[in-house]
Write a protein that binds this ligand. Structure first.
Ligand SMILES: [Fe+2]
Length: 358
């Protein structure tokens, strides 16, 4: 399987991974043959690219830390919960139970895949951005929690806070949240009340206090310049410091109406640029070792003029993956593997960028 940017998708390509659509349902299943009419629609919906299965890449496996099924089920549950909260303003015991069960499933599968690298290539759509984003923030936060050796109980509480971190936005007027232009100072002050509103709401629903506190502080910055309290450093709860990184990284990985999605390498650069200002430096150190700048399935260009598909990532050697070489310059060649981490002959080779069409 390999990742092909949306601009390079062609008719007849075969989908390697199911494509989640709006409302947590599958838009296209794995194995679907791409038709030209799909390409325009997928671009319109805001997909960054697709995973494609072909002869060149059928020996490359892209592993998801959580199954597509659990992901879609969680998206649907979060969506139904937020809609219900908006309507009745009350979180029913049933919704809390369902979210708690799903969170246990997610923690379990991430613990099973505990050595997996974080893949920041995202397949989410504009329309249901909020729900997809919530689940991604949960997965990223738990992955970072696993890397920090947090207990199972803590991972669960962290995940709960991460998927519900923006629940307070339910109480903010849609006209302000969806306003196309810049917000006025007064409007921004209203938006800034969502962490407090989320905290109070979840506390009333008897969610663990550490999860509620994490929701309250998710817009605090490590340097004290965030809101609502302007809390600084370790006065901000560990869960919140983790969720802030997960929230920002996932937002950057997706297309937004005002900017294009950043590539995983650009996200790593951004995270490092906020070292000690927005983010806790100790957490950045751990996180950047878990992000794959060139996730499995991405097509890369090498400094020796060759191009290939990333076949394996190594947590201790993020920039030197195993690559399946398939081109030299513009010419197709008999495929072979270069393991940039262990092949001594490859030590002078570096990755120079992403290959769009290969
Ligand atoms: Fe928020």
């Amino acid at each position: 399987m390999r990742f092909v940017p949306i601009n390079c998708i062609q008719e007849g390509m075969i989908l390697g991974k199911g494509l989640p659509g709006v409302s947590g349902l599958m838009l296209l299943n794995k194995g679907a043959v791409i038709q030209s009419s799909y390409v325009c629609k997928l671009k319109e919906l805001g997909y960054v690219g697709l995973y494609i299965e072909d002869d060149l890449s059928n020996d490359i496996e892209v592993i998801d830390v959580i199954s597509q099924n659990v992901r879609l089920k969680t998206i649907r549950t979060i969506k139904n919960t937020l809609i219900a909260v908006q309507k009745d303003k009350e979180l029913t015991e049933d919704s809390v139970d369902r979210i708690q069960n799903l969170m246990n499933d997610i923690v379990d599968s991430i613990l099973v895949n505990r050595d997996a690298m974080i893949n920041l290539i995202d397949l989410k759509v504009f329309d249901d951005y909020t729900y997809y984003h919530s689940v991604n923030v949960g997965v990223l936060a738990i992955t970072l929690g696993v890397a920090l050796n947090l207990s199972r109980e803590k991972l669960y509480k962290l995940g709960l806070a991460a998927v519900l971190h923006d629940i307070g936005k339910v109480f903010i007027s849609k006209n302000i949240l969806n306003k196309p232009g810049k917000l006025t100072y007064e409007e921004f002050d209203i938006v800034k009340t969502h962490p407090q509103k989320g905290f109070e709401y979840l506390k009333k629903a008897n969610l663990p206090l550490s999860s509620c506190k994490a929701v309250l502080q998710h817009h605090e910055r490590f340097n004290g310049q965030g809101y609502p309290m302007g809390a600084e450093g370790e006065k901000i709860s560990l869960f919140s410091r983790i969720i802030t990184i997960a929230d920002v990284c996932d937002a950057l990985a997706s297309n937004r109406p005002y900017r294009k999605a950043l590539t995983p390498t650009e996200i790593v650069e951004y995270v490092m640029s906020e070292y000690g200002s927005l983010f806790d430096p100790a957490l950045v150190d751990v996180f950047i070792k878990r992000i794959a700048p060139y996730p499995v399935g991405t097509c890369v260009l090498l400094s020796n003029g060759m191009a290939g598909i990333v076949a394996e990532n190594y947590p201790d050697s993020c920039l030197r993956p195993k690559v399946k070489i398939i081109k030299h310059g513009m010419k197709d060649i008999e495929p072979f593997f270069i393991d940039m981490k262990t092949d001594t002959k490859s030590y002078n080779i570096t990755i120079t960028g992403l290959a769009e069409a290969i």
